[in-house]
Ligand binder design. Sequence first.
Ligand code: NAD
Length: 291
Amino acid sequence: MSQFSGKTAVISGGAEGIGLSIAKALGDQKMNIVLADIDQEKLQEASLELKDAGISVLAVALDVANETQWQRVAELAVARFGKIHMVVNNAGVGGASGSIENEQTKSWHWALDVNLMGVMYGAKVMVPLIKQHGEGGWIVNVASMAGMGGVPYNGAYTATKTAVVALSESWAGELHSKGIKVSVLCPAFVKTRIYASERNRPAQYQTDNANVTDKPKAPNKTKGMVENGIDVSIVGKRVVEALNQGELYIFTHPNYRAVVQQRFEAIDAAFERAAQSPLLQHIVNQKLDML
Ligand SMILES: NC(=O)c1ccc[n+]([C@@H]2O[C@H](COP(=O)([O-])OP(=O)(O)OC[C@H]3O[C@@H](n4cnc5c(N)ncnc54)[C@H](O)[C@@H]3O)[C@@H](O)[C@H]2O)c1
């Protein structure tokens, strides 16, 4: 029997794309699925699709940037399924891209509120409920390869995804002894509608030129790359595979390994130069003070 069988997962942004793919894969493992999404129409469609596949599902409206709405999701999930074992913090938006001098403050707040605060609220509300029953559980945060190295002209998105990787590492250390495993999914391009995130931008984050991109010679490049991405159905199955292996970092694009290796080599080389600096010889071999 699968370790997931009969347990309950709450999945934000579960109405389509990567969230729905994860919902299907966990549902195939006989998990109860709570789909939570800002797009109510897509949410109903996704919920019917899962029900038709014989998966126990509850659909709840949620804007991940709203902590009170997260609490309502938790209440409804517990009322329906009794316990919560997993939260998949998947909802995310592309945020506006462009050069530094054209950054839009409202676009930054939108990306930060959804991609970062949404992840924090998801954990803050669900972790106490997972701890409560003592059966252990999982937090799966959806970051990106953009969280593994800076992407030019994508400041806000890169900042949020890098933060989600770091948060996941922080929570893994905090929750290890509580029997809650933390994983962070870092995909490169996957065929979804992420390039059309503007459809989910609430009124308070609207700017006069939210759709303007001033990337030099790269109009609609992201759309093309996403459309050439891997099939979304692979991602959910890959998440189940990696959770069964107890992975902290979940990758979907082994061909991006060289990018991360280059970054680590650059960091390592910079440490070597620091180790050679006459200014720092007194601490080269000093014992580490770590929390
Ligand atoms: N597709 C890719 O190439 C790719 C690559 C790396 C990371 N990701 C990440 O994967 C996650 C899922 O994206 P996707 O590619 O499936 O995109 P998508 O646009 O197809 O799906 C995103 C889902 O999140 C929902 N959503 C948006 N704002 C929300 C909010 N405020 N509250 C609740 N739900 C909200 C949308 O309605 C939608 O159902 C995101 O975090 C994204 O950053 C995607």
